[in-house]
Design a binder for this molecule. Structure first.
Ligand code: MG
Length: 454
């Protein structure tokens, strides 16, 4: 059976894969699966958002499900509202960090977390068999529009941090939501916390004229420049649906997600004294080191934000994080949340009264290299088995692919869940060793591919 759901919901190009006809059918399938509502429906600010959302709503209503349209909102705001309004679930029209032409559908359960793979399979089964619920005209669902979910969401975040303390620090912040829905919440929160707030790319625009929706070192050149020129204390950037947050220090340097996560671990463990921290196996040893130093317990998972969220919920952890800027703060909610992560970082700056660059300077030093090699999906499993055989004398963690521990660090070889590629992550104590290890890892993969005639 063809799969609709990938690692992060259904994604595709608008009007090619993601058509109104498709959205109508998937709406009917989701509604049939949930049986009853209310179901929240929200979207990010993409050009195709309204077209797809209206089709999904029609599909849901037609199978007798009541819906609450929550309008434009960050993904975590819809997730939070699902729980607070005690809805049966939610559908979010978003393609997260993908380029502007993409859009997607995320299905959320009543606990605010993406539904499980089992439920996704059920929805797919209904979709492919056209086995939709049929209801008479009297039982068509009702429609309600709510415009207060951003308020509900913001208030929860405000309750989780010490606004008075942040106010006292008189921080100057530059916020770059990348023309995405993060612009609806983060500048409001920073202003409320007394920060002098400068915004760039904060108008909602589905063409993403300011930068690509993925916030990384390359795409954030304007933010880096603005923080430096304006004498800001910190730069804050989100992806297109604001479930991720990354930072720029006061010198205009981009900070990788595992470093900012490490700072928030120190902050959280200093407050709670103990607790479980969840992160995928690909995360830097910086995280492992700070968790050990500050008395926490680290739990590693396969790569994927939904997997981290589910694990955090299962083990009742305190915080989770990903190297791409995903921050999951359990006292607020178990899913990743860009605005929550941003406010925690501002609170940490206020608590420490140190410049962000100095806090980063205090973290353990590691060097990472990332490589990708193309490999057809059908060979992925064979390749990993072959590598496992070759590496049987090494210490290996097989949580996700193969994480090989060597004297000078580690090499993680894993199959991408969304693309026909094999990813290699390498980490070591020096740049030179990281490069050498990377060469070793890549050669190992290439040699195995040759042996398998890939
Ligand atoms: Mg996202």
């Amino acid at each position: 059976m063809t799969r609709l759901f990938g690692t992060n919901g259904i994604r595709g190009v608008a009007n090619i894969d993601m058509t109104p006809e498709f959205a109508l059918k998937i709406g009917k399938a989701i509604g049939t699966h949930f049986k009853k509502g209310p179901i929240l429906v929200g979207s990010d600010a993409r050009v195709s958002g309204l077209m797809l959302k209206n089709s999904v709503i029609s599909g849901l209503l037609s199978v007798g499900v009541n819906i609450i349209d929550v309008g434009l909102a960050p993904t975590p705001a819809v997730q939070y509202a699902t729980r607070m309004l005690q809805a049966r679930g939610a559908v979010i029209i978003t393609a997260s960090h993908n380029p502007p032409e993409f859009n997607g559908v995320k299905v959320i359960g009543s606990d605010g977390v993406e539904v499980s793979a089992i439920e996704e399979n059920e929805i797919e089964k209904i979709y492919f068999s056209n086995n939709y619920a049929t209801v008479n005209w009297q039982s068509i669902g009702w429609y309600e529009r709510r415009s207060d979910i951003l308020k509900i969401y913001n208030e929860s975040i405000i309750r989780k941090v010490n606004i008075g303390l942040i106010k006292k620090a008189s921080l100057k912040v530059v916020v770059d939501p990348g023309n995405g829905v993060g612009g609806l919440v983060t500048p409001y929160l920073t202003t409320l916390a007394g920060c002098e707030t400068i915004t760039i790319n904060s108008n909602l625009d589905g063409f993403f004229p300011g930068r690509l929706p993925e916030p990384n070192d390359e795409s954030l050149s304007l933010l880096k420049k603005t923080v430096k020129e304006a004498g800001g204390d910190i730069g804050i950037a989100h992806d297109g649906d604001a479930d991720r947050v990354v930072f720029v220090d006061e010198k205009g340097n981009f900070i990788t997600g595992d470093k900012s996560f490490a700072l928030l671990i120190i902050k959280t463990l200093s407050k709670f004294k103990k607790g479980k921290i969840v992160t995928p196996v690909a995360t830097s040893n910086i995280v492992k080191d700070v968790v050990e130093k500050y008395g926490g317990q680290l739990i590693t998972t396969k790569v994927g934000s939904v997997i981290v969220a589910r694990k955090l919920q299962e083990v009742k952890g305190i915080i989770g994080g990903e190297e791409n800027g995903g921050i999951f703060y359990a006292p607020h909610q178990y899913v990743r949340d860009g605005a929550m992560g941003a406010m925690l970082m501002l609170e940490y700056l206020a608590e420490t009264e140190e410049p962000l660059s100095k806090l980063i300077e205090g973290l353990p030093k590691y060097y990472q290299v990332k490589k990708k090699l193309s490999c057809p999906d059908v060979f992925k499993e064979k390749l990993l088995n072959k590598l496992k055989e070759k590496l049987r004398n090494y210490k290996i963690d097989s949580t996700d692919g193969l994480k090989i521990y060597v004297e000078k660090g580690w090499v993680l070889i894993r199959a991408s869940g969304t693309e026909p590629i094999i990813r290699c992550y390498i980490e070591s104590y020096t740049k030179k060793d990281a490069e050498q290890l990377s060469k070793w890892g890549v050669e190992l993969v290439e040699e195995s591919m040759r042996e398998l005639n890939v």
